[in-house]
Design a protein around this ligand. Sequence first.
Ligand SMILES: CC(C)(COP(=O)(O)OP(=O)(O)OC[C@H]1O[C@@H](n2cnc3c(N)ncnc32)[C@H](O)[C@@H]1OP(=O)(O)O)[C@@H](O)C(=O)NCCC(=O)NCCS
Length: 150
Amino acid sequence: MPITIEGALTKNLDRLYEIETECFKQEAFGKQHIAHLLTDYDSISLVARADGEIAGFIIGIIYGQGNAFVGHILTVDVSPAYRRKGIGLQLMQEIEKLFMGKGVRTCHLEVREHNLAALRLYEKSGYRKVNKLKNYYGNANGICLRKVLA
Ligand SMILES: CC(C)(COP(=O)(O)OP(=O)(O)OC[C@H]1O[C@@H](n2cnc3c(N)ncnc32)[C@H](O)[C@@H]1OP(=O)(O)O)[C@@H](O)C(=O)NCCC(=O)NCCS
């Protein structure tokens, strides 16, 4: 199945929100939040298409920390029917390239400690655990992971 990655557009919002709610229940990003991120100057949003259909997306944001720019991946979501086809991995690789093009040298993210699929994806992408985030997701713990991009 040919996978292509492109910038997310506001007109994709309904599909992105649909995927977000397929992936997460109570903790799904709200539609307005996604809409805001799609137009935020400091964020990068990408969609993956499989056979032309939007199958997943990723949103990251860049901010300054001291003299450096840091990338923060906020979410990566792949619709259940399209999982284990390398889409998550491609979205990660593509956003990292764009981060680097904007001067980002390190990237970090958070994940629920029991989200095995995401943890494996991040470790396969080269992220390493930094610390545990107690009750980061209400009653559930999070893990912060980090990667030096260059
Ligand atoms: C996590 C998620 C984005 C992975 O997307 P994906 O397109 O299926 O991932 P890929 O096919 O690129 O997988 C890359 C690697 O991640 C690991 N992986 C992915 N899904 C996995 C699973 N269910 N169990 C174990 N390892 C898994 C594997 O190492 C895989 O490589 P392999 O298929 O060669 O073994 C997807 O499961 C998802 O959308 N989950 C719900 C949303 C979510 O939790 N997002 C992360 C929020 S922090």
